[in-house]
Write a protein that binds this ligand. Structure first.
Ligand code: S3P
Length: 413
């Protein structure tokens, strides 16, 4: 897919309909499957990641159905009611899917083998399986805790107390879901606040859950054996997806777009408090904008001065090593980037200064693919990406939506 740039392409005041939030979509399906009765979901993201989670929930015995008009219905099996899937559970590209599902099945006496695509099978699962073992779970995976992996659900699970050592909503969520099917209270501590959709949604589904905020930590206590009841869920639009057209409109002069219905949850809104001069983004903001660093780097390349991003080690274990992937593509298009293990600096030379002209590798990572396409909108020569298929995992109508806004995206080969 290559892209030609015209600096005045975004139509004034275009209203952009962004697909459903990926995090909330996964959780709607998983909590719906763990609940008793019916869950009705509107606005579900129908990207491949979420469709893979829907298929997984069916393999655990839940009924999942899409009806005309785009609503989804889940008929759950209840906490502890997951059946053993008859075949391997393939979570595709989705770290959120696999880690949350591992937690959801871990304290039920079933054995499940998980796998994914090349990107997912190279990502670390030990961050979830190590604490799950404290519940009494056994795991057999590849070296360095990688998939494919078989999880032997705990036969007599016990509650745990655990401090999550890296800022990760996936790890926290997996442990809270596992805590649903144990006798007693599971207490999870996080020292940096991460997205809190699981806590909020567990509470709406009827779980007994308590959140205590202290200056340097958050304690979340979930009580086992509380019953979840099916709910109506309206999934808001995804701020991480909205970031792409928003930044396109910021970097393409004269653009003006409207993105309604975006979730305003403060644990996701870090990007919107980040200024567009060359600036320093502090480590404590990282968790609330962790998925937005690739597109921020694109904006930084068009800003004046250095944008310094610190405390971002986690970017190295996403769908790709996002610091390396962005640095490589930016450099090949004439942007200067410095990097260390948990920091990077993008040196911007002002709007329209990016030379372009190069093909960027996307490493099976949707956000890398979309970021370089947006970079192409403001670069002097077109920018090409090697593979646009990963975009389907989170933003299936991205190409069409950007074309409707006036972006000149040209498919080749
Ligand atoms: C997510 C948590 C984050 C984020 C991912 C979605 C979630 O991952 O990057 O896209 O829905 O819980 P980590 O938990 O690895 O930080």
């Amino acid at each position: 897919m290559s892209l030609n740039c015209d600096p005045r392409i975004m139509r004034a005041s275009s209203s952009v309909s962004i697909p459903g939030d990926k995090s909330i979509s996964h959780r709607s399906l998983i909590l719906g499957a763990l609940a008793i009765g019916q869950t009705r979901i509107t606005g579900l993201l129908e990207g491949q990641d979420v469709l893979d989670t829907a298929r997984a929930m069916v393999s655990f015995g839940a009924q999942v159905e899409k009806v005309e008009g785009g609503e989804w219905y889940v008929e759950g099996v209840g906490v502890g009611g997951f059946a053993e899937p008859v075949t391997v559970v393939d979570c595709g590209n989705s770290g959120t899917g696999v880690r949350l599902i591992m937690g959801a099945m871990a304290t039920t006496p079933i054995n499940v083998t998980f796998t994914g695509d090349h990107s997912l099978n190279s990502r670390p699962m030990g961050r979830v399986t190590d604490p799950l073992s404290k519940f009494g779970v056994a795991t057999f995976g590849r070296s360095k805790g990688r998939l494919p992996m078989t999880i032997v659900g705990a036969r007599s699970p016990i509650p745990i107390q655990y401090t999550v050592p890296v800022p990760s909503a996936q790890v926290k969520s997996a442990l809270l879901l596992a805590g649903l099917n144990v006798p007693g209270d599971t207490i999870i501590t996080e020292t940096e606040k991460t997205r809190d959709h699981t806590e909020r949604m567990l509470s709406s589904f009827g779980a007994e859950i308590k959140v205590e905020d202290y200056p340097n930590r958050r304690l979340i206590t979930v009580s086992g054996y509380s019953e979840l009841k099916g709910q109506n869920v309206r999934v808001p639009s995804d701020p991480s997806s909205a970031a792409f057209p928003i930044f396109a409109s910021i970097t393409v002069e004269g653009s003006d777009i409207l993105v309604p219905n975006i979730t305003l949850n403060e644990t996701r809104a870090g990007l919107f408090t980040t200024d567009m001069q060359g600036i320093e983004v502090p480590p404590e903001r990282a968790a609330s904008m962790i998925d937005e660093y690739p597109i921020l780097a694109v904006a930084a390349a068009n800003a004046s001065g250095e944008t310094i991003m610190r405390g971002v080690r986690e970017l190295r274990v996403k769908e790709s090593d996002r610091i390396e992937a962005m640095a490589k593509g930016l450099r090949s298009n004439g942007v200067s980037v410095d990097e260390g293990e948990d920091w990077w600096i993008v040196k911007g030379n002002g709007a329209g200064s990016v030379k372009g002209g190069s093909t960027c590798q996307t490493f099976l990572d949707h956000r890398i693919a979309m970021s370089f396409l947006i970079l192409g909108l403001s670069s002097q020569k077109y920018i090409e990406i090697d593979d646009c298929s990963p975009i389907n995992t989170s933003f299936p109508n991205f190409i069409q939506l950007m074309r409707e806004l006036g972006a000149n995206l040209e498919a080749r080969g």
